[in-house]
Each structure stands twice: as structure tokens, then as C-alpha cells.
Design a protein around this ligand. Sequence first.
Ligand code: ATP
Ligand code: MG
Length: 425
Amino acid sequence: MAVQIQSITGMKDILPDESPLWQKVETTLKQIMASYGYAEMRMPAVEYTSLFVRSIGEVTDVVEKEMYTFDDNGDSLSLRPEGTAGCVRACIEHGLIHNQERRVWYTGSMFRHEKPQKGRYREFHQFGAEIFGISSAEIDAEIILLTNRIWKKFGIGDHVVLQLNSLGSSEERASYREALVAFLEQHKESLDEDCQRRMYTNPLRVLDTKNEKVLEILQNAPKLTDYFGEETRNHFDRLRAILDANGVKYEINPRLVRGLDYYNHTVFEWVTDLLGAQGTICGGGRYDGLVEQLGAQPTPAVGFAIGLERFILLLQSINAVEVENPVDVYFCAVGDEAVRQSMVIAEQLRDQISGIRILTNCSGGNFKKQFKRADKSGALFALVLADDELAKNEIGIKNLRVESEQLNVKISAVAEELKKLLGVN
Ligand code: ATP
Ligand code: MG
């Protein structure tokens, strides 16, 4: 036998057992986006590497070591590690954000060459949204309210916490950066290698360290908030007031800087403590500089992305979602003519009852065998057709979940009967 080829490390199959939950999540998310008036964007999974380097930033984990980059006849291309860069590129390219407001959402695979572990994969899925052309605190609040609605809808509101911070304007950050570097220089000897390197390339990321020793030193570091001007403070206050008015709780986390370079003002993460180290299920924030950085007119922008694997792991860990049975009816038939007719009647039922899910028995066997398969399928009802029933123009309906007599009805009446039993119109 030939050697079996395995899937790639960190790239997972989503099996039929799990896909109903994925579908439920995706469908619900789409409905929620529609209820806020957002439209879908679909972008390619591959872009020029330079797009990610320019937007995400050269000195970020993602660009430094996580991208799948390859040469395509002299062009450097990369599998997208996130959705924002491609979404901005597409919106600029198609003139969707010039002098206008735009609210879009997207979903799809993202690729990062990370060390795979629970909640961290090399191919994963994000569901995200981006809003262009609106600089207010109200729109920042809208996406937080929207994500909050998602958690509530799935009944996990009690298991996630909103962490909120402001990064200020780029000017405020620049002055803060100077002060921070000066502080870090004084403590250079006590910093780990990573932080020493980050100190000059991307000093704010030092705040994001998990090193306990460095964290202790950072307690005395200058605070970004001390560098905020009136506008930044106003923006943050307005946002908080809307969240308060909606009863959305949050923790201010001054160390929340996010992994990507392009953020300013509002940043946030929704975090759970049920998934170990991979506890961030959603991250987002404002990135007013990015559109200009990618070559178009300056345009304010804000967005978020949910990591769907982590979201689904969280739902599973607390059994938050009950997935309904996958089939309504299993059609059993024995005898040549009965089998043929079962395939005709099943087609008619699919015409007559919108959304009905029918499994036809396509692999022969006696009724005993077929009922076993029917039971295993999860179907609620079995339709039963043998040649003698067919001769009387009748069909049997058997409830597979509640002990009861088989009901025989005329074939012409079976659609009406099933509608009644399934409670559909
Ligand atoms: P982390 O700090 O966990 O590495 P990140 O800051 O790199 O996350 P973002 O770039 O903000 O993540 O992506 C948004 C969301 O996508 C994350 O909050 C997370 O839920 C999810 N995500 C990011 N990387 C992965 C991955 N490798 N596998 C699964 N989900 C991921
Ligand atoms: Mg990461």
C-alpha cells in the first residue's frame, strides 16, 4: 500500500461532526452584520508581500517570522496572515472609500507560521469587519456593541471580558515613545533579549511582554496617558460613555498595545480565561494612518477580527450551542419499484416542503438494516415504502424518536402530513 499523505502541521480539517456548529456560527454572524448594515467583502487569500510589510509593519511578529512567503516568477507573494491589509487594498483599488463611508465584513482563512497549539494554528479563520471614513467615538462604540451582541447571542457574555485602551494619536505616541525609550535605556541590563531588540525597533511592544521581571520594571515606566491631549481624552471618554450607557463592562488595560503596528486611539480585545494562553477571541481598534500609508487619501478607519477557532473552542468548552439534528426524514424502501418511486417521492417532497432534509436509502438492504441506518442518521421520521404499500398508493410514516404505531397515508397526502409532524408550513 502507498504511504498515506497527512495534513500539514497546524492546518486542520473541519469534519462533518463539527461543521454544523461552524455553519451556525457563520450564519448568525452574517445576520448580525446585516442588522448593522454591513456588506460583505471577499478578498484573495494571496497578496504581494509588500502589502503586508507596509501595513502590518516590518518589526512585528507576523511579518518578521510568521508569514508564508514565496516567489512567483520574480514577484514576492504571501498568504494573507490577516484580513485588514487586503481589505484596505481592495477598497482603495475599487474606489470604495474615497470621500465616502463604508462598512464591510469578511471571513476566511488566514495563514501564520506559528508553533501550533490549542487555539493557535497555521491556517485559521477570522471573521472581521472594517469601517472607513468615520472618525468618531460612536463608530468605535458600534463595533464593540456589535461584538458584545455576538457573545450575548451565543450565551457566552459571562465568559468574556472586554479590555480597552487608547494608544493616542501618532504624534502623542511619538513623544511617549521617546520617553519610554529613555526609561528602557536606564534598565537595559535587566531586559530580556527580545525586549532589548524591540526597545529601538518597536518600543511599545515591550509593554506587551510576558516576562515577569520586565513587567515589574515597567511598573515605573512613563504612562502613555500622560501624553494625551484633549482630543484623545475626549474620544476615549465619549466611547466609554456609550459603553456605560449600554451597560457594557470593560477593563482599562494600559498594556494593551496589540500586535500590529497600524493602530491608534481605541484598541480593544475580548478575552476569556477558559482557553489558557490563547484567550483572546477578538481583537480590534482604530487605524487612521493605514489608508494613507497604502497610497490613498488619508481616511479614518476602525475594525475588528474574531478568531473563529478560538470562538468555537469556547462555545464547545461550555456547551453553549445546541446543534439541531442534521436530518428530518430517512426514506426506507424495499423492492425495485418501491425504491424507484422513493427517489421520485423524495424529489417531490423537496419541492413541496421548503428546507426539508431527506436522506434516501441508496444502498439496499432489508427494512431492519434500513431502520438501523435511519436511526443512526439522527432523522426524526422514517418514510416506509414497499411494493405492497405502493400497490395501495400508500406510504408509511414512522416516528423514530417516540415509540408509536406506524401511520399509513396516501402518497398524495404525505407532504401535508410531514409538514404537520415537522411543524413547518
Ligand atoms: P495572539 O496574541 O494570540 O497571537 P494576535 O494579536 O496575533 O493574537 P490578531 O492579529 O489580532 O491576533 O488576530 C485576531 C484574532 O485572530 C486573535 O484574537 C485570535 O483570536 C485569532 N488568531 C490570531 N492568530 C491565530 C492563530 N495562529 N490561530 C488561531 N487563531 C488566531
Ligand atoms: Mg500572534
